[in-house]
Structure formats: C-alpha cells, structure tokens
Design a protein around this ligand. Structure first.
Ligand SMILES: *Cc1c(COP(=O)(O)O)cnc(C)c1O
Length: 381
C-alpha cells in the first residue's frame, strides 16, 4: 500500500463536474481579474470568519505583507513572532523593513510561548504575530490581554488554520488582522496561489485594498507605493465552490486526528500532538505532527531517530514530511542577523524531532491503519 502525505486527486474527483463548470464559466466570461466571483468570495469568506471585511490577494505571504503595511509597521519597528513556522511568517516582517523578534514555542502545543512574550517587548515593539501552526489555535484571549496591556497590534498568521476556532470564535477574527493562505495544501486550497486578509476595521480593509492594487485609491491616482496582489477570478470561483465544503473537510480532519490518536496511543518512542478541549477551541488539523524522541536511540549508526523512522516508513510505502527541519532564525537568509545565534531550546528540539503523518480529508481508515501499524512495527524492533 502507498500512502501519500497529501493528495488532491480524491477531492478533485468528488468535486468533478461542479469544479469544471465553475472554471469554464469564468473562462468564457472573459472577466479574469476581479469581478463577481472575487467579490462573492470576499463576502462569503468574511461571513465564514465572522468579520465585516475580507480582502483577497495573491498569496498568504502577500496577506502578511499587506497587513503589516496597512498597520504602518516598517523600518525601526519590531514584531514578536515564532521561529517554528513556515519561513514566510518572518520573511514578511523583514520584507516591510521591520525586525522579527523570536520567542520560543510551548513544547506541548508547538505554538508561540505566551509566557515569554512580555520579556522581549521594547519601545520599538509594534505588534505580535502569532501563528496558528498546523491548525492549532493560539490562546487568543490571553494573547489579546498581553497586546492590549502594551498597546500592540495583533496580526494572526492563519495560513494553516481556516476553520480553526478559539473560544467559539474563528481565528482571523481575534486580532487586528487575520492572514490566510489558499495554497493548494492548506485547509481551503485554490488551484494555485491565493490569499486573503480578514479584519473588523473598515479603514484597515480599505488600506489593504488600495495597497494590493498599486496603492491606488482611485484609477491612476497612487497615494502609496503598493503591490500588484490580486485574486484571479478563476481561483475565486474554485474557492467559492470549495468554501461551501470547508466545514465538512475540517470535521473530517478532526475524525482522522482522533483515529491516529487512538491507533498510536501508548506507543513508545513517539509523542502525539496535543488535542484541544472542544470547550476551549477547535483544531482544524492541517497537519498531524508527532515527535520522535531523540533519546533511546533505535536507529543504527549516526542517523537520528526521526530521519530513520521517516526512511523506514518510506520502505513501507508511507510518505511523511518534516515541517520544519530548520528554525526560521537559523536559516541561511538570516545568517548575518544577530538573532541567528540565539538559543530557542524547544524550537530547536522540535525541528529535530517532528514528523507529519499523512493527512487529508479523504484519507481512508485502511490507509491510517497501515501508517500506524508501520510505525509500531518499526519502533518495536
Ligand atoms: C503557507 C504559509 C504561509 C504563506 O502562504 P503562501 O500562500 O504560500 O504565500 C505563511 N505562513 C504559514 C504558517 C504558512 O503555512
């Protein structure tokens, strides 16, 4: 049996004719940039996140950059974030000229350690940028208290968290802005790059709208240096169709995560991801990430346990991914920054121990059993 880490083929065949029709309709309309599909999507997505405004753009990365720019964060400003995330989280902060300030993660939920935030706040700090990593919600009530106390903005990186909630409210509705990616592997995926920003603030929404179209409040008047970051109508049509299925897919991801937990409970040598008490929030399980303990060496020679498990799983047809092997602050792109030498013990440990098991809404129980049995087999001898 072959189990891919992620697959779209079953979802595409489920959507079938409807998907083809949605794309063809746009293709024959001749309206490719902006238009009805785009405004419909923005309205539906705003409703989904339960905020008054959603502004679409070209990618999750652009969503972060546009949000930072709209909040007037730039050169000389500091933004507190996590180093255990996709590179774009910090790259966006650097792209606007600000300095990312990293704090360690909480070892239980892999998210920004809220206890460590206040210690790194300086007079230059302008915002906190939490990441709802793998679909797991950050405690936004507590984060908001910290932000309010120090008059800081909050930019939520919700790229992996469409459908995630904290305390009954969707992520992306807690901060000043929420930034979403619709890259194909995310919970809501387009057929290419796409993104959106959510906000309750009309002025911020307006600023983002202008920045995304060359800083142009009206035709050929450019009040700011902006970007060309628009959502294509074909992508919007696909997203409109898929948004109506998103809740079902997120529910399915929850069932898959519970099944992995049942199948792998008590297995020695690994640690399962913490689940969220349903009263506290809703995890959307974009990834199911286990930790492979690096002590009690079961691998031969100098290959570490995690990499050894990964390659032995491949021998059994199970394909896993490492999100993320290198913390952001240690990436070569940041080699010359002083923070590149800083110690973030839990972040470093996770990067050497995490392994993401195959997860997508259409994965079958049989496939999950094969994944779990393979892990047990490998770890027991
Ligand atoms: C995917 C991702 C992004 C960037 O989104 P793109 O649409 O790929 O630009 C940003 N942050 C996180 C945490 C992501 O997973």
């Amino acid at each position: 049996m072959q189990v891919p880490p992620f697959s779209l083929s079953r979802q595409l065949s489920d959507l079938g004719q409807e998907l083809d029709a949605a794309v063809l309709k746009v293709l024959h309309s001749g309206q490719f940039v902006g238009g009805l599909e785009v405004t419909t999507f923005e309205e539906s997505f705003a409703e989904f996140i339960r905020v008054p405004f959603a502004v679409s753009c070209n990618s999750g990365t652009d969503a972060l950059i546009l949000a930072l720019r709209a909040l007037e964060i730039g050169v000389g400003d500091e933004v507190i974030t996590t180093s255990f995330s996709f590179f774009a989280t910090a790259e966006a902060i650097s792209a606007v000229g600000a300095l990312p300030v990293f704090v360690d993660v909480n070892p239980d939920n892999y998210l920004i350690e809220l206890d460590d935030i206040e210690a790194v706040i300086t007079s230059a700090t302008k915002a906190i940028l939490p990441v709802h990593l793998f679909g797991c919600p950050v405690d936004m009530k507590r984060l908001r208290q910290i932000a309010e106390k120090h008059h800081l903005k909050i930019i939520e990186d919700c790229a992996q968290a469409a459908g995630t909630e904290w305390d009954g409210e969707p992520v992306g509705s807690w901060g000043d802005v929420g930034c979403f990616s619709f890259f194909p592997t995310k919970n809501l995926g387009a057929a290419g790059d796409a993104g959106a920003i959510t906000t309750k603030d009309k002025l911020i929404a307006q600023r983002i709208r202008e920045l995304a179209v060359h800083g142009m409040p009206r035709r050929y008047l450019h009040s700011h240096l902006g970007y060309n970051s628009r959502l294509d109508a074909i992508q919007a049509a696909i997203l409109n169709l898929k948004l109506s299925r998103l809740n079902g897919w997120v529910e399915q991801r929850g069932i898959i995560a519970s099944r992995y937990t049942e199948l792998l409970e008590g297995v020695k040598g690994i640690r399962l991801p913490a689940s969220i008490n349903s009263k506290a929030g809703r995890h959307s399980w974009n990834q199911f990430v286990i930790q492979v303990h690096s002590n009690n060496q079961f691998s031969s020679s100098n290959q570490d346990n995690r990499d050894c498990l990964k390659s032995r799983l491949e021998d059994r047809g199970v394909y896993t991914i490492i999100y993320y092997p290198i913390p952001i602050h240690r990436q070569p792109a940041y080699m010359n920054m002083t923070f590149s030498k800083m110690k973030l013990p839990f972040t470093d440990k996770l990067c050497s121990e995490v392994l993401s098991l195959p997860i997508f809404p259409e994965i079958s129980e049989k496939e999950q059993v094969h994944v779990a049995d393979s892990i047990k087999e490998i770890l027991s001898n």
